[in-house]
Design a protein around this ligand. Structure first.
Ligand code: NOJ
Length: 535
């Protein structure tokens, strides 16, 4: 089995994780001190969001040099040390690769915009009118009114799918294609284990299309994959392609494009099913999810550093999600919800754990977001997506143990309210409490990784279970697991399928279960059952 098929990923936001040099910003020195925590938690692979030089107009997703490190995070030598220390602990690390666009401060763009004859002009996409590619949607709806911005220097428009300070690279240029392969080579030579590739669908543009998922984009991604397979076996590509399942499938190619793809449409439906106390939305989206080629894997998640995107739901579903989970306008952003998991669950521990149970037992490799494993809150008074990127809460000491700087110097205030504040919600306190959210999640991670059926097993619904439950089998050649979730706030009694052996064991608690009798599931409870005789 490929390593990423049975793995737990952790999204680490370097600015927010740990400050080692006391300047109020997270950095590599801080990460080094906290790697033991990630190992203890059971993390196999760290996805680290952009670490490169950047004016930080989009928190590092606006890169001004692909070959360096943002000085706030440290140096390239320190990053190399992080990579080595990650490997020494048996973990892996994949940085973000932002291929689609650069910062407008990148030397390529500075040169390109100097004149229409500039030698790097064709590194970017230019037009005399802002009317080309009219069918491409605007992604940052709350801030941008067009995908074109007028460059005052050369008096032409340049194309940008995100902020106007992030001009899109022109992948029709062979030089750009080669330049990005060079970047990839540089980081792989440094020892990283692959990349989380940002904004994949938008690499190419073609008139008369929505400029997403074009055949040329797939071709170029396959080229990258070939290069990695030939020279860096064992490294992976994880795509951020926020698309419907039918459009995401091609990113796996025939097992020759991305190893992993995030399953964007599943994510909001986990929240929807819980709010509606009805599994239908989950079942339907997985029915729409095609089989993926061997050696490929979905990346599944509950939250990440962006807004909880509602792009891959119907308009009615979006209204429902907004009304339920983001009643205040400032909780919303673009087509999404800018809140963290615990507040979305009203800090109801049963619901938080239930969400994690679904994440750990449905198909896919789970990707955790820093802070959510202790139930961190958010700060909706901070702009953009910053409210879900506040300092990691390590302990109840000054600045939550994140930094020794004076509080006013922190890049953002720590969460300090009654419910989610760091004095109550922190790693140290939860590590010491065997029944804490953190320890419960850690336990689930460790149990999950022992079950081949959860990594690569087939999924079969138990269809006659009530709609307010999510009950399914995960079956692999040598293991059958029966997974039960109660999505409702009332106790349910479930008859177990006749195929279940007479004696089962709950692999999370070790409890033995006589399967001839109905099983009682309290509100929001879940069980992971295996045959007690090992079949
Ligand atoms: C997706 C990233 O997750 C997001 O944070 C960023 O703003 C856009 N891509 C643009 O790079």
């Amino acid at each position: 089995m490929a390593w990423y098929t049975n793995a737990v990923f952790y999204e680490l936001y370097p600015r927010a994780f740990a400050d080692g040099n006391g300047d109020g910003w997270g950095d590599f020195a801080g990460i080094l001190e906290r790697l033991d925590y990630l190992e203890w938690l059971g993390v196999d692979c760290i996805w680290i969001t952009p670490i490169y030089p950047s004016p930080l107009k989009d928190d590092g997703y606006d890169i001004s040099s692909y070959y360096g490190i943002h000085p706030n995070y440290g140096t390239i030598e320190e990053f190399r040390l992080v990579v080595d220390e990650v490997h020494r602990r048996g973990m892996r690390i994949i940085p973000d690769l932002v291929m689609n666009h650069t910062s407008d401060q990148h030397p390529w763009f500075r040169i390109a915009r100097q004149s229409r004859q500039s030698r790097l002009r064709d590194y970017y996409v230019w037009s005399d009118t802002p009317s080309r590619y009219a069918d491409a949607r605007i992604i940052f709806l709350d801030t941008e009114t067009s995908n074109w911005a007028l460059d005052p220097v050369s008096q032409q428009y340049y194309w940008h799918r995100f902020y106007s300070s992030q001009p899109d690279l022109n992948y029709d240029s062979p030089a750009v294609q080669q330049a990005m392969l060079d970047v990839i080579k540089y980081w792989l030579d440094l020892g990283v284990d692959g990349f989380r590739v940002d904004a994949v669908p938008y690499l190419f543009e073609r008139e008369g299309t929505n400029c997403e998922n074009l055949p040329e984009t797939h071709e170029y991604c396959k080229r990258i994959r070939r290069f990695m397979d030939d020279h860096y076996p064992g490294t992976i590509l994880l795509a951020e392609a926020n698309q419907w399942p039918r459009d995401t499938l091609p990113y796996f190619g025939n097992g020759d494009e991305f190893h992993m793809n995030f399953h964007f449409p599943l994510m909001p439906r986990l929240y929807m099913a819980l709010a509606r106390q009805d599994r239908t939305s989950i079942v339907d989206i997985l029915a729409e999810t095609p089989e993926i080629p061997p050696g490929c894997q979905w990346g599944t998640f509950l939250r990440n550093h962006d807004e909880l995107t509602l792009e891959m739901v119907t308009p009615e579903e979006r209204e429902f999600m907004w009304n339920t989970y983001a009643p205040e306008p400032r909780m919303r952003l673009n087509l999404g919800i800018r809140r963290r998991l615990a507040p979305l669950m009203n800090n109801d521990r049963r619901k938080i754990l239930l969400m994690y149970s679904m994440l750990f037992t449905l198909p896919g490799t789970p990707v955790l977001y820093y802070g959510d494993q202790i139930g961190m809150g958010d700060n909706i008074h901070l702009p953009d997506r910053n409210g879900v990127r506040t300092p990691m809460q390590w302990d109840s000491g000054p600045n939550a143990g994140f930094s020794s700087a004076p509080s006013y110097q922190l890049y953002a205030p720590v969460i300090d309210d009654e419910v989610y504040g760091y004095r109550r919600v922190n790693v140290a306190a939860q590590k010491a409490d065997p029944d804490s959210l953190l320890n419960r999640i850690r336990h689930m991670i460790h149990v999950r990784k022992q079950q081949p059926a959860l990594a690569e097993g087939k999924l079969h619904w138990v269809e006659d279970a009530p709609l307010s439950t999510l009950v399914f089998w995960r079956t692999s050649p040598d293991q059958n697991l029966l997974i039960l979730h109660n999505l409702a706030d009332v106790t349910v009694r479930l008859s177990l399928p006749p195929t279940m052996p007479a004696l089962a064991i709950d692999i999370l608690t070790g409890e033995q279960i006589t399967t001839s009798e109905p099983l009682t599931l309290p509100p929001y409870a879940f069980r992971w059952l295996a045959s007690a005789t090992g079949a």
